[in-house]
Design a protein around this ligand. Structure first.
Ligand code: MOS
Length: 745
C-alpha cells in the first residue's frame, strides 16, 4: 500500500462546514420518524401508573372501540417472544426491556400497553382510554434505605474491575498531615436530545426493517433478531440522521421492539414516536450517585491516600452501574488508593449511558474534593494538582500514550487570567455580585473498537465511501468525508460519505467517544486500499505515463496521480478507470485495535476554568465565562471539534446548575417530565465559552492519532463550577444541582 502523501492542503483538521448542513437547515435531512413509509400505522405506549406490583386488570374495551384504533396490545394478548424480555446479549445491545411478556410492574412509566391506530391522534386518544388497575406493592424509591444489589453482578463497562486497591490506604491516611473526607451526591438526570426516540418498523415476510434514531444500529440488529427469533441477516436497521443521543440511543429500548411486535401483529408498518414525557422513565437516564471521597496529604501537598466509594441506583430489572470511581484510579499519583462501586435497587427504569457516564459524576466528586484539600493545605488548586501529577498511570504503571495536561493547565490559566485570582473565598466582588473562580481537571479514556468501511472510486473520478455507523449530530458525516478525502487524494467535494445502514460495513456503537477513532481508522484504511488499487492499475497500464513506476513514488493530489520524482508524468483516476474496463474500483477494510491498549494507558485530558457571579442577597448564580483547554490528539475538524467540546461544557453547566429529574417519593412518578420543568441550559444560561486544544501528536492511540472529543467536555466542568461557587460564597455545595436555595441555606 502506498504511503505517498497528497501535496494539496489536507482536509483533516480544516474547520469544514458540515456536509449535511444544507440538508439539515432546509428540512431535507430525514429523521427516522420522517421516513416516507407507505401505509404506516401509529402506535402510542400506555405506561404504568404504579411503581411496583402486578397488573390486576387492563380494560381496553373503550380504546378498542375508539375511532381509528386498529389494535390494542397488553400483556394479556401480546405475542410471546422466544427469549421473553432478555435475549442473550451483553449491554449496550442487550438490555432487559418491557415487552409485555408478563404482568409485573417494576417502575412507574413502564410500557404496559400499546394502542395502534390509523393516525397519531387516534392512537393518543385510544391510549388515554386504556384503564389499568394494579395490585400495588410498596415501592423502594429512596436510595438511602434501598437494599444493596449483589455487587458482583454490577460491572463497569470494558475491562475495569468493580474495585481496586493499591498500596496501603490505611497507612496512607494515617501518615497524612491533612485529611479531607466528604460525601458528594448527584441526582437522577434525563436525556433530552432535541429529537426524542422514534422508530418505524416494517415487516416483509420474515424480514424486518427498522428506521430508528439509534447510536448503535448493529447492536439493534442483533437485539431485534434475537427478540423475534429470526436470523440476523433478516434485520436491517437504518438511521440516517439522529437529533442528539448523549447515550440515550446507545441501547435499543422497549419501544423499538414494541413497534416491530405491533407491525407484525397488525400486518402493516408501525411508527412509535416517544413523547417528551415518555423520555422520562422507559428509556434510561443517568442514575443517582452517592460518592464518598477521602483524601490524605502531606503539608507540602503530596497526596498519601485517595479513597473513592461510589454507590449508584439501578432498577429491579438490571444491574446497571455508573462507574464513577474509575477516573480516580488514573488521575493522580497517590501511592495508596482504593476505589469501589456498589449498587442499590430502586423502582425506577434502568439507567443508562449519559454523556461521560461515570467520568461526569465521578469528576464532580473527585475534583470537588481536590479543591477542598487545596483549601485545607492553603495551596493553589493548580499547584496542588501539579504536585500530584501522574507521569504514568498510577494504577497500572503503564505509560500514557500521550498526556498534555501540564500544557492544558498552563494555557487555561493564562487564558483565564488565573494569576489575578485572590484565593480567599468571598474576596472577589463586583457591586452586589460575589465573584468566584474555580478550576478542575477533565479527562476521558480513548476507546476504539473493530470497524470496517468500503471505499469506491467511480469512473468520473469521484469517490463513494460507506460505513454503517451513526451521526448523532456530532459531525460523523463531515469528518469521515475529510478522512477519506485525504487518503484518496481528492478534495472533499468529490467524496460522498454515507452511513446509517446495517447493509453497510459493520461499525461499533457511537458511544464512549469512539467513532472517530474506530470508524475513521476503517475509512482511512479502505480509502488508502482503493487508491493503491488504482495506482497499481496505472503502473501496470501500458498506456499510462506512470507505467512501471514504483508505487511509493506515486502521489495523488486532486484526483491526479503523478510521480514525485517527475511531476510531468501524470494520470487521473478517471482516465485510468476508463482505460481499464470503465467500472468503479472498490476496496473494503476491516480494522481493529492492536496491542496498544495493553501497552499504554490512553486518555484525553483537559483543564477547565469557570467564573460564577452570585448575587449577594438572592444567591442567583450566573456563569459568565468558562475556559476549557484540552489535549485530545489530532483534531479532525476544528469547527465540529470546537462544537463538541463546547457542547460538553454546556452539558456540564446543565448538570452543575439545572438538571434533576424529580421523582414523587411515594409513587415514583416523574414530576418534572417536560422541558418547562426539567431545566437544560438555554442561551441565557450560557455566556462566553472559550475552548481550545493544545497541539498533541499521539502515534500510539490509533492510526489517526485521535482521542475522541464527544464526552471529555462534560468532565471536570461540574466541579469547576462548584469550586467557583465555593470561592464566591464560602459555601461548599456537594449535592448537584447547585441551586440558589442550597447556596442560601
Ligand atoms: Mo456516550 S454516553 O458513551 O453515548
Amino acid at each position: 500500500m502506498s504511503d505517498a502523501k497528497s501535496s494539496a492542503a489536507p482536509s483533516i483538521g480544516a474547520p469544514m462546514n458540515r456536509v449535511d448542513g444544507r440538508l439539515k437547515v432546509t428540512g431535507g435531512a430525514r429523521y427516522s420518524a420522517e421516513m416516507p413509509v407507505k401505509n404506516v400505522a401509529h402506535a402510542v405506549m400506555v405506561t404504568s401508573t404504579t411503581a411496583k406490583g402486578r397488573i390486576a386488570r387492563m380494560d381496553t374495551s373503550a380504546a378498542e372501540k375508539a375511532p381509528g384504533v386498529i389494535a390494542v396490545l397488553t400483556p394479556a394478548n401480546a405475542p410471546k417472544l422466544p427469549h421473553g424480555t432478555k435475549p442473550p446479549l451483553e449491554p449496550p445491545a442487550g438490555r432487559v426491556l418491557s415487552l409485555m411478556q408478563d404482568d409485573l410492574v417494576h417502575y412507574n412509566g413502564q410500557p404496559i400497553g400499546l394502542v395502534v391506530a390509523d393516525t397519531l391522534e387516534h392512537a393518543q386518544a385510544g391510549a388515554a382510554l386504556v384503564r389499568a388497575t394494579y395490585v400495588s406493592e410498596k415501592a423502594q424509591l429512596d436510595m438511602a434505605t434501598a437494599p444493596l444489589a449483589p455487587s458482583d453482578k454490577g460491572k463497569p463497562p470494558g475491562k475495569e474491575p468493580v474495585s481496586t486497591t493499591r498500596g496501603d490506604l490505611a497507612a496512607g491516611l494515617a501518615h497524612a498531615e491533612v485529611r479531607v473526607a466528604h460525601t458528594y451526591t448527584t441526582p437522577f438526570e434525563t436525556h433530552n436530545p432535541m429529537e426524542p426516540h422514534a422508530t418505524i418498523a416494517v415487516w416483509e415476510g420474515e424480514h424486518l426493517t427498522l428506521y430508528d434514531s439509534s447510536q448503535g444500529i448493529f447492536g439493534e440488529k442483533k437485539l431485534a433478531a434475537q427478540t423475534f427469533g429470526i436470523p440476523a441477516e433478516n434485520v436491517r436497521v437504518i438511521s440516517y440522521f439522529v437529533g442528539g443521543g448523549f447515550g440515550s440511543k446507545g441501547s435499543s429500548w422497549s419501544h423499538v421492539m414494541l413497534a416491530a411486535m405491533a407491525a407484525r401483529a397488525v400486518g402493516r408498518p408501525v411508527k412509535i414516536s416517544i413523547s417528551r414525557r415518555q423520555m422520562f422513565g422507559p428509556v434510561g437516564g443517568r442514575p443517582r450517585t452517592i460518592q464518598k471521597i477521602a483524601l490524605g496529604a502531606k503539608k507540602d501537598g503530596t497526596l498519601t491516600a485517595i479513597r473513592h466509594d461510589s454507590t449508584s441506583a439501578t432498577s429491579e430489572l438490571e444491574d446497571w452501574m455508573e462507574p464513577c470511581a474509575v477516573v480516580t484510579r488514573m488521575l493522580y499519583a497517590s501511592p495508596n488508593a482504593e476505589t469501589d462501586h456498589k449498587l442499590v435497587r430502586i423502582n425506577m427504569g434502568t439507567p443508562t449511558f449519559m454523556r461521560a457516564p461515570g467520568e461526569a459524576s465521578g469528576t464532580f466528586a473527585l475534583e470537588s474534593a481536590m479543591d477542598e484539600m487545596a483549601y485545607a493545605l492553603h495551596m493553589d488548586p493548580i499547584a496542588f494538582r501539579l504536585k500530584n501529577y501522574a507521569e504514568q498511570d498510577p494504577q497500572t504503571g503503564k505509560a500514557f500514550s500521550s498526556k498534555s495536561l501540564r500544557e492544558c493547565y498552563a494555557a487555561g490559566a493564562e487564558k483565564f487570567g488565573w494569576a489575578k485570582r485572590s484565593a480567599e473565598p468571598r474576596s472577589m466582588r463586583d457591586g452586589n455580585s460575589l465573584i468566584g473562580w474555580g478550576m478542575a481537571t477533565a479527562t476521558y479514556p480513548s476507546h476504539r473498537s473493530p470497524s470496517s468501511a468500503v471505499a469506491r472510486i467511480l469512473p468520473d473520478g469521484r469517490a463513494w465511501v460507506r460505513a454503517g455507523s451513526q451521526d448523532l449530530g456530532t459531525g460523523t458525516y463531515t469528518v469521515m468525508t475529510q478522512v477519506a478525502a485525504d487518503a484518496l487524494g481528492l478534495p472533499p467535494e468529490r467524496v460522498r460519505f454515507e452511513l446509517g445502514d446495517t447493509e453497510m460495513p459493520e461499525t461499533p456503537v457511537s458511544g464512549g467517544s469512539q467513532t472517530a477513532a474506530s470508524v475513521g481508522t476503517a475509512v482511512n484504511a479502505a480509502s488508502l486500499a482503493v487508491r493503491s488499487k488504482i495506482v497499481l492499475m496505472a503502473i501496470a497500464d501500458a498506456q499510462s505515463p506512470l507505467r512501471g513506476a514504483r508505487e511509493e513514488d506515486v502521489q495523488v493530489d486532486d484526483g491526479k496521480l503523478s510521480l514525485a520524482s517527475d511531476a510531468t508524468k501524470s494520470d487521473t483516476y478517471g482516465a485510468i478507470i476508463a482505460r481499464n474496463g470503465g467500472q468503479a474500483v472498490e476496496a473494503e477494510a476491516s480494522t481493529k485495535p492492536g496491542a496498544e491498549a495493553e501497552e499504554f494507558s490512553m486518555h484525553a485530558f483537559g483543564a477547565v476554568f469557570a467564573e460564577v457571579r452570585v448575587d449577594r442577597d438572592l444567591a442567583q448564580i450566573r456563569v459568565p465565562r468558562v475556559v476549557g483547554v484540552y489535549g485530545v490528539g489530532k483534531v479532525l475538524n476544528a469547527k465540529t471539534a470546537r462544537s463538541q467540546l463546547m457542547g460538553g461544557i454546556i452539558y456540564g453547566i446543565g448538570m452543575a446548575m439545572l438538571e434533576e429529574t424529580q421523582i414523587d417519593p411515594r409513587l415514583g412518578r416523574y414530576m418534572n417530565a417536560d422541558l418547562a420543568e426539567y431545566h437544560v441550559p438555554v442561551n441565557a444560561d450560557v455566556q462566553v465559552i472559550d475552548v481550545s486544544v493544545v497541539p498533541e501528536i499521539d502515534t500510539r492511540v490509533n492510526p489517526l492519532g485521535v482521542k475522541g472529543i464527544g464526552e471529555i467536555g462534560n468532565t471536570g466542568i461540574t466541579a469547576a463550577l462548584a469550586n467557583a461557587v465555593y470561592h464566591a460564597t464560602g459555601k461548599r455545595i456537594r449535592d448537584l444541582p447547585i441551586t440558589l436555595d442550597k447556596v442560601m441555606a
